[in-house]
Ligand binder design. Structure first.
Ligand SMILES: Cc1ncc(COP(=O)(O)O)c(C=O)c1O
Length: 398
C-alpha cells in the first residue's frame, strides 16, 4: 500500500465549507491587502502563541528578514545559529549583509547545542578594547538564533542565559514549531517564538498550520517592538508615504489570513494527532525490534506536564543505512525525505565564510543519517503499520 509523505486533501475536505465561506467573504469585500481579516488572524495568533504581539507577514523568511532589519543587523555584524536548519535561517542573515557563525547540534534532538554556543562565546569570541564582543574575524556578535527544528523547542533556558550574559538578542526560528511548548527551570511554560525578543512562524502549506500559499508571522515579547515590524512590512512607512527607515513589502494577504483563521482552532488537535502517530511509530518500532537499528525521535520535554512538548512537524529517524533505506522505501511507494542533506556551513553560497567539512561533526553525521517518515495528522494506523512493516522488511533483508 503506498503511503504519501504528506497529503493535504483530507484536511481541506474536513474544513472545506468553513474555508470556502471565509474566502468568499474576502472576495466579496474586495479587501485583499491587510484589513480586518488579517487583523483578526493577528489577534488569534497573538493569543495562541502567548506573545505580546503578532504581525502577519508574507512568509517566515520575510518575517525573519524584517526582524533583522528592525534590529539594524548588517555589515560588520555576526549571528550564531544552527548549521542544521532550513536555508532561510542563514540566508536572511546573508541578505542583510551580516555573517552567520554556524554552530553544531545536539545529536539526540538535532537542535543547536547550547554547549557549542557557550564554548564559542567563552573561548573563541573576544571583547575588544571598547568591550564589544567580536568574532575572530572582527565581526560584532549581535544575536543567537535557536531553531526549534522538526517541532521540538531548543534548550531555551541556556540560550536565554547566554543572551543575558553576553548581551546578545535571542531570536527564535519557530517556523516549524508553532504551538510547541517548553518548561523553564522556574516551572513556567514557554511557547515557541515567544521566549526570546522576537520569533517567527512559517505557514508554508506543509507546515502544521499551512496556508494556501506563502505566509508567516513575526511575534515578540516586547510591546514596543510591534510598531517597528509593522512599519518594516510596509516599506518602513509610519504615516502614509512618510518613510523613516527602509523596509519591504512583507505583508500577509487577506486570502491567506482567512484560510489560516479557519484552520487555527484545529491546530492543537492536529498536533495531538501527530504526537499520537509518533507514539504508535515508537511502539511499533519497539515491537519489531528495530530500535537498536534506528534512532527514533527523542522527547526531552515529555512527562513535564506539557501538552505540546513536541509538535512533530517532521518525524525524523536516524540510521547509518539511510541512503539504502530511502531507496527501498521509495521503491515501495512509502513517502520519505531528507531534511537536510548538507549542513549550511558546507553550502557553496556560504563558502566565503570559510566553513569546511569537519567543522560541525554532529550535524554532518546527522545529514548523512536522517530520514523523515509520514506523520501528518490524518495518517491512519494502518498506514503507520505499513511504513513500519516496510522498514522492518528492509532491515530483515540486510
Ligand atoms: C526552519 C525554517 N526556517 C525558515 C523557514 C522559512 O519559511 P517560509 O518558507 O515561510 O519562508 C522554514 C520553512 O520553510 C523553516 O522550516
Amino acid at each position: 500500500m503506498p503511503v504519501p509523505l504528506l497529503d493535504l486533501k483530507p484536511q481541506y475536505a474536513a474544513l472545506r465549507a468553513e474555508i470556502d465561506l471565509r474566502l468568499r467573504e474576502v472576495i466579496d469585500s474586495q479587501v485583499f491587502i491587510l484589513g480586518p481579516v488579517v487583523a483578526r488572524f493577528e489577534a488569534e495568533t497573538k493569543a495562541h502563541s502567548r506573545a505580546a504581539w503578532a504581525t502577519g507577514m508574507s512568509s517566515g523568511t520575510d518575517a525573519q528578514l524584517a526582524i533583522l532589519m528592525a534590529l539594524g543587523i548588517g555589515p560588520g555584524d555576526a549571528v550564531i545559529t544552527s548549521t542544521f536548519t532550513f536555508f532561510a535561517t542563514a540566508g536572511c542573515v546573508a541578505r542583510v549583509g551580516a555573517r552567520t557563525i554556524f554552530g553544531d547540534i545536539d545529536p539526540a534532538t538535532f537542535n543547536l547545542a547550547p554547549d557549542w554556543v557557550e564554548h564559542y562565546l567563552r573561548t573563541v569570541a573576544r571583547r575588544d578594547a571598547e568591550g564589544v564582543l567580536r568574532t575572530p574575524a572582527g565581526d560584532r556578535l549581535r544575536a543567537i538564533i535557536p531553531v526549534h527544528l522538526f517541532g521540538l523547542c531548543a534548550e531555551m533556558d541556556r540560550f536565554l542565559a547566554l543572551g543575558r550574559e553576553f548581551g546578545l538578542e535571542i531570536l527564535e526560528d519557530a517556523s516549524q514549531a508553532i504551538g510547541a511548548e517548553y518548561r523553564h527551570a522556574d516551572g513556567s511554560v514557554g511557547s515557541a517564538g515567544a521566549m526570546g525578543r522576537f520569533g517567527w512562524f512559517s505557514y508554508f502549506p506543509s507546515k502544521n498550520l499551512g496556508a494556501f500559499g506563502d505566509a508567516g508571522s513575526a511575534v515578540g515579547t516586547r510591546p514596543e517592538d510591534e510598531a517597528v515590524i509593522r512599519a518594516m512590512r510596509m516599506h518602513g512607512m509610519t504615516q502614509q508615504y512618510y518613510h523613516e527607515v527602509v523596509g519591504g513589502n512583507f505583508r500577509l494577504d487577506a486570502m491567506q489570513a482567512a484560510v489560516l483563521s479557519a484552520k487555527l482552532p484545529h491546530l492543537d488537535g492536529w498536533s495531538d494527532a501527530r504526537r499520537a502517530n509518533a507514539a504508535r511509530y515508537r511502539e511499533a518500532f519497539q515491537a519489531a525490534g528495530l530500535t537498536e537499528r534506528i534512532q527514533v525521535p527523542q522527547e526531552p520535554f515529555a512527562g513535564r506536564g506539557l501538552r505540546q512538548h513536541h509538535i512533530y512537524h517532521q518525524y525524523v529517524i536516524r540510521t547509518p543505512q539511510r541512503d539504502d533505506l530511502l531507496q527501498f522505501l521509495r521503491a515501495a511507494e512509502i513517502g520519505c525525505a531528507i531534511y537536510y542533506p548538507l549542513p549550511l556551513h558546507q553550502q557553496q553560497c556560504f563558502a566565503a565564510w570559510g566553513g569546511r567539512a569537519g567543522d560541525c561533526p554532529q550535524a554532518e553525521a546527522a545529514a548523512a543519517e536522517v530520514l523523515a517518515l509520514p506523520i501528518y495528522p490524518e495518517l491512519t494506523e494502518g498506514q503507520i503499520d505499513e511504513v513500519v512493516a516496510r522498514v522492518a522488511e528492509f532491515f530483515r533483508s540486510r
